[in-house]
Design a protein around this ligand. Structure first.
Ligand code: ATP
Ligand code: MG
Length: 396
């Protein structure tokens, strides 16, 4: 029965000039998300509001699901838009609305009218009282409850009259594209896709870099990361995925350096290479899925040793999260089932039995000296041979 959805967004972020940037990005992301839903839609801005109009048949759940992935939306209200043809017609429309949305009338309600157009002859208080009375007359089983109504019927007098009583919670955050771009180090694990989701939620667009080690890691392992990037892109917009062949670098580190330092040394080269692509793509920072103390390479000392090679800031949105909290988000965003598929990871293949947990930066830097003969060329080759894949959400 709904032909339109009223999109509510937080006003706080959109003072002054930012308003246009915010709303433009929000409209863009809504259009992008709706590609996943069957049907044709128009997204329209009107007097500081955004409406999604269905121009064809559509699946209600599909639309809600798509809109629920758009950061910046705080509420989705299926709305009936009525022409202003006088109070009697409005009362009729409101009664018809209540009748079709609530077949079971054993409920309490309250009218919440708002006169956004001041030339309307009745004010909000008068509308509340008059519409309430009409509804009580039409449906004797219904009761008014002004404190805790089970149904809050919103009637807003605008260019058209907006009638709605349902607000589905949106994901919050800010529209992707309003806060720059960052480079996510995306592995096939549970954490990094969640880290990408968290940073995108704050309006940041995403590039991703994945390191693999063929033939030690398989084509399937890589496909899993492409799949994760696709899941992420349903929230974050199109993602440019850079796939780097890390094998030669790993073998060289393995040959030359103490094995207990492998993970830290690898991580430092990952960061350097990711930062290279980040620079090329105007990213303003790096993002990883690390959280303090989760594994040996995520102690404060290890994170410091990794950071020491980066010029860009490194963002770690999961820094204070427990694994169980990360898994909860992973499940919520639909990544978990893919993340737990058992494919080999380049880090686990060359991992030491007893990795250092408190690396000393001087010691690590000295170890890297042992690589000086070939490492620059290997990094150069890894950069030059990287594969670049544009990943976007599936269309409906
Ligand atoms: P994840 O679940 O994200 O793989 P993890 O708990 O397995 O994380 P690590 O393997 O130590 O932790 O990786 C820490 C972070 O380093 C990851 O969250 C990711 O950002 C980055 N990273 C690790 N391996 C890779 C890889 N092969 N390609 C790109 N980034 C990686
Ligand atoms: Mg991992």
């Amino acid at each position: 029965m709904y032909k339109s959805f009223l999109i509510k967004y937080a006003e706080i972020a959109i003072k002054g000039k930012n308003r246009y940037l915010f709303e433009d990005a929000l409209v863009g992301q809504i259009k992008y998300a709706l590609r996943a839903a069957e049907g044709e839609f128009a997204v329209r801005r009107l007097q500081g509001r955004i409406y999604v109009d269905a121009l064809s048949d559509y699946d209600y759940d599909e639309v809600i699901e798509a809109l629920s992935r758009v950061f910046g939306i705080v509420g989705i209200c299926p709305v009936v838009l009525a022409e202003d043809e006088g109070f009697d017609k409005l009362a009729e429309d409101v009664i018809a609305y209540m009748d079709s949305v609530y077949p079971d009338k054993r409920m309490t309600f309250k009218v919440n009218a708002r006169r956004a157009r001041k030339n309307y002859p009745m004010n909000s208080m008068e509308l509340n009282a008059a519409l309430g009375e009409k509804i009580l007359d039409a449906f004797p089983e219904i009761k008014v409850d002004v404190h805790h109504p089970s149904v809050l019927l919103c009637v807003e007098i605008r260019e058209k009259i907006n009638i709605y009583s349902t607000e589905i919670k949106g994901p919050g955050g800010m529209p992707v594209g309003t806060n720059g771009r960052a480079m996510l180090l995306l592995s096939g694990g549970i954490d990094s896709p969640v880290a990408g989701y968290m940073i995108a939620k704050r309006g940041v667009a995403i590039d991703a870099t994945y390191f693999h080690a063929p033939p030690y890691t398989s084509e399937r392992a890589k496909q899993k990361v492409v799949d994760l990037a696709k899941i992420l892109s349903a929230y974050a917009g199109p993602v440019r995925l850079h796939v780097v062949n890390f094998t030669e670098i790993q073998l060289y580190i393995y040959e030359k350096c103490p094995h207990e330092e492998l993970t830290i040394l690898m991580r430092r080269y990952m960061m350097r290479i990711a930062e290279h692509f980040a620079g090329e793509n105007k990213c303003l920072g790096l993002v990883t899925g690390e959280s303090i103390g989760q594994v040996a390479s995520q102690t404060m000392q290890s994170l410091a040793a990794t950071d020491a090679v980066c010029r860009m800031p490194v963002y770690r949105p999961l820094i204070g999260f427990d694994k169980s909290e990360i898994i909860e988000i992973s499940e919520k965003i639909g990544a978990y089932e893919t993340s737990i598929q058992p494919f080999e990871d380049c880090c686990t293949i060359f991992v030491a039995k007893h990795p250092v947990t408190k690396p000393n930066l001087n010691v690590i830097e000295r170890s890297e000296q042992r690589l000086c003969e070939k490492i620059d060329r290997l990094v150069q080759t890894a950069v030059e041979t990287a594969e670049h894949i544009r990943v976007a959400a599936e269309e409906g």
